[in-house]
Design a protein. Structure first.
Length: 391
C-alpha cells in the first residue's frame, strides 16, 4: 500500500505520539509498504527512510493554525494518489483516524469544572478543536476511528456520537527490547545513587504535566501513610519530568514529606527508575493512554493509576497494580499504598511477573500488525466504493 500518515511532527527525539508516528512508519515500511508523512516537521535522519510532505501553516492564533493545518493536510493528501490516508491527529481528507490527543470536549469538562468550564467552550482555542474533532470523527469518508483504550471508546460515543461499529480498538504497544524485566538489575545501583536503602519503598512518577497527572495527590497520599503508620518505613518518591518543581517541593514540605521526595527532571535513563521502583504512580485526570504505565509494567513495576484514563485497561487490581476512581482522592490512594505495603515478598514477586506477562502481549510489533490490518480493510473498502462509482 501507499500510505500517508498525517501528524504535526514525526520525531524519534520527542516522546508520545511524535515517536509513535516515526515507529509506526518504520514498522509499515518493514512490512513492505510505501509511507509518506504529511506534517509540519520530521527528523532529518528519517528523511532517508520516509517521504515527507511539509505543511507550512501561516502564523496566527493557535485556533486558526489548528484549523489551517487540518485544511492544508487534507489538500496535500488529495494532491497525491495514496491508497489510504491515516491521521494521527486532527486533519481533513482522511480515510481513517487515530484518537491520539485528548478529546477536547471531555478535557474541558474535567480540567475546568463548573461554570468556568462551560464558558471555556466559547474560547476559540477550545471550540475550534471540538468542532474539528466532531467533524472528522463523524465524516462518512473516515471509515475507521481507532481508539487506544476503552475510556476513549466510551467517550467517543457519548460525546461525539461515534457508533461503536465505526470504532476499532488498537492498544498501544511497547518496545520490549528497551523495556523488559532486565531493568531490575539497576535496582541497587540507582538506589545507591539516590541514597536509598535497598528495602526502602519507592514510588516512581513520570510526566511533564505535574498537575494533570496527579502529583499533588501522590504527595498527599504519602503524607497520609506517614500519619497512619508513623513507625513504618516511609514511602519515597522519584519525580521524573520537567514541571513547576518549587510548587510541589513546598507542598511536600508543608505535609512533612519534603525530605522523601526527589525531583530528577527529564531523564534519558527512565528504565533504571522502573527497575529500582516498587510502584509506578500516575493518577491522571484524563488521557487516552499513558504509555509510561505500559513501559513500567514491561519492567515488572506494578501501576497505581485512575479509572478515568486509558491505563485502566492494563490494571487488574491486586494482580498488576491498583486503581482509584477519583484522581484527587488521596485517602483512596493511601489505602492502595498501604495494601501494597502489606503484601508479602512472594505476592509482590507474583505481581511483577503478572505485569511482565501483560506487557509481553502488548509489543509494538503487534500494534503495527493490527494497524496494518485496519488500513488494508479501509483500502479494500474505498477501492470497492470507487469501482461502484465508476460502474
Amino acid at each position: 500500500m501507499k500510505v500517508a500518515l498525517v501528524k504535526n511532527h514525526c520525531s524519534l527525539r520527542r516522546g508520545g505520539s511524535e515517536r509513535y508516528c516515526a515507529n509506526l512508519a518504520r514498522g509499515l515500511i518493514a512490512r513492505g509498504h510505501v509511507v509518506t508523512v504529511i506534517g509540519r516537521s520530521m527528523d532529518a535522519e528519517l528523511r532517508d527512510e520516509l517521504a515527507f510532505v511539509p505543511i507550512r501553516v501561516p502564523r496566527g492564533p493557535s485556533w486558526r493554525q489548528n484549523r489551517k493545518f487540518a485544511e492544508l493536510c487534507g489538500a496535500a493528501a488529495s494532491d497525491q494518489s495514496f491508497d489510504v490516508v491515516y491521521g494521527l491527529g486532527r486533519s481533513f481528507g482522511l480515510d481513517a483516524v487515530r484518537v491520539t490527543e485528548r478529546l477536547q470536549s471531555h478535557w474541558i469538562k474535567v480540567n475546568y469544572p463548573g461554570v468556568f468550564g462551560r464558558w471555556q467552550r466559547f474560547n476559540p482555542r477550545h471550540s475550534t478543536l471540538i468542532d474539528l474533532e466532531r467533524t472528522i470523527y463523524n465524516d462518512p469518508a473516515v471509515r475507521r476511528v481507532v481508539v487506544q483504550s476503552s475510556v476513549d471508546a466510551e467517550l467517543l460515543e457519548d460525546v461525539y456520537g461515534v457508533p461503536r461499529q465505526k470504532q476499532q480498538l488498537v492498544p498501544n504497544g511497547v518496545d520490549l527490547s528497551v523495556f523488559h524485566e532486565g531493568a531490575r538489575e539497576h535496582r541497587l545501583s540507582l538506589r545507591s545513587e539516590l541514597g536509598l536503602p535497598a528495602t526502602a519503598p519507592l514510588l516512581v512518577f513520570a510526566s511533564m504535566d505535574f498537575a494533570g497527572k496527579g502529583l499533588a495527590t501522590v504527595i498527599e497520599a504519602m503524607a497520609r501513610c506517614q500519619r497512619n503508620r508513623p513507625t513504618a518505613s516511609p514511602w519515597r518518591l522519584a519525580v521524573l519530568g520537567d514541571g513547576p518543581r518549587r510548587r510541589y517541593e513546598r507542598l511536600a514540605g508543608r505535609l512533612g514529606v519534603g525530605h522523601h521526595v526527589w525531583f530528577g527532571g527529564r531523564r534519558t535513563d527512565i528504565t533504571r527508575f522502573y527497575g529500582a521502583g516498587d510502584l509506578f504512580v500516575l493518577p491522571t485526570v484524563y488521557e487516552p493512554f499513558p504509555n509510561v504505565n505500559l513501559e513500567a509494567m514491561a519492567c515488572g513495576l506494578p501501576v497505581l493509576t485512575s479509572t478515568t484514563a486509558g491505563g485502566v485497561d492494563l490494571v487488574e487490581p491486586g494482580q498488576t497494580g491498583f486503581l482509584v476512581e477519583d484522581p484527587a482522592d488521596s485517602r483512596a490512594m493511601a489505602d492502595c499504598l498501604e495494601s501494597f505495603s502489606d503484601m508479602s515478598r512472594q505476592d509482590r514477586a507474583a505481581m511483577a511477573i503478572a505485569c511482565c506477562r501483560v506487557a509481553a502481549g502488548r509489543s509494538f510489533d503487534a500494534t503495527v500488525e493490527a494497524t496494518e490490518e485496519i488500513l488494508q480493510e479501509v483500502c479494500r473498502e474505498t477501492s470497492e466504493r470507487m469501482r461502484r462509482r465508476v460502474a
